[in-house]
Ligand binder design. Structure first.
Ligand code: DC
Length: 229
């Protein structure tokens, strides 16, 4: 059976990871959430007091990068791979609004991106992978057979993220989440290194008006077409 690389990019909280997990499960492919990697580096910087709300020592982070070891471990109960930072499972800690508030500043740094992109490309060497992020179809796998670019309105995305965070018991307001979503859009699309842009050959899906099943069916058709080529 032919194996392909599937790159899913798009704005935050567009449901990229939900779709990527569904696809990986259906196809028996590996799923890699690259946002988790940027979040783990952010958590590292927060723990080392390298970054906080009003302080960021960029040079200190660049110097400390060799001390950052990231890997994923598949959790059979959850059905996806969890993020480990220096041997510790950080899957819960990296999903807080505190990390979301700092992550775009970390993702702007070229040295951070170079380190993570290299690791991501290694993970995709044998294809049969679904990877989601912001630069997968443009930088990590420019030759991916299938590229999907996901969008949805900021209000729809903030509501989804708000439901997710409050569902996990985190105390946040809808306004805070909406502000974070729009600020990250702004930074992610305007940064100099690997800004979020739709690859010319990506298939765009605005899922504001699509439910999970409709979206999945649409993407499965695209996958079938690519596998038949
Ligand atoms: O997908 P996410 O919201 O967990 O990603 C967190 C942040 O990481 C996002 O605001 C931008 C950054 N990111 C990136 O710059 N490149 C990627 N490939 C993935 C995420």
């Amino acid at each position: 059976m032919k194996k392909i690389t599937i790159a899913i990019d798009g704005f935050s909280s567009t449901g990229k990871s939900t779709l990527a997990k569904q696809l990986a499960k259906e196809l028996g492919y590996v799923y890699v959430d690259t946002g988790a990697m940027y979040r783990a580096v952010t958590l590292f910087a927060m723990q080392q007091n390298i970054i906080s709300e009003n302080h960021f020592n960029k040079e200190q982070l660049i110097a400390a990068l060799p001390e950052v070891e990231l890997h994923f471990e598949f959790n059979t109960h959850l059905g996806f791979a969890e993020m480990f930072l220096n041997g510790k499972n950080v899957e819960t800690e990296i999903r807080t609004l505190e990390v979301s508030r700092q992550v775009s500043k970390i993702a702007e740094i070229s040295q951070v991106r170079a380190k993570l992109v290299e690791q991501q490309q290694k993970m995709g060497e044998n294809k049969a992978i679904v990877m989601d992020g912001r630069d997968i179809g443009t930088v990590v796998f420019p030759n991916a057979e299938l590229k999907i670019f996901m969008t949805a309105s900021p209000a729809t995305r903030a509501q989804r993220r708000y439901d997710e965070l409050t569902g996990k018991g985190q105390s946040v307001t809808y306004q805070e989440v909406l502000q974070n979503v729009t600020e990250r859009d702004q930074i992610d699309t305007s940064r100099e290194d690997s800004p979020l842009v739709k690859a010319a050959d990506a298939f765009e899906i605005d899922n504001s008006g699509l439910n999970r099943e409709e979206q999945f069916e649409l993407v499965l058709k695209l996958v079938a077409e690519k596998l038949a080529q």
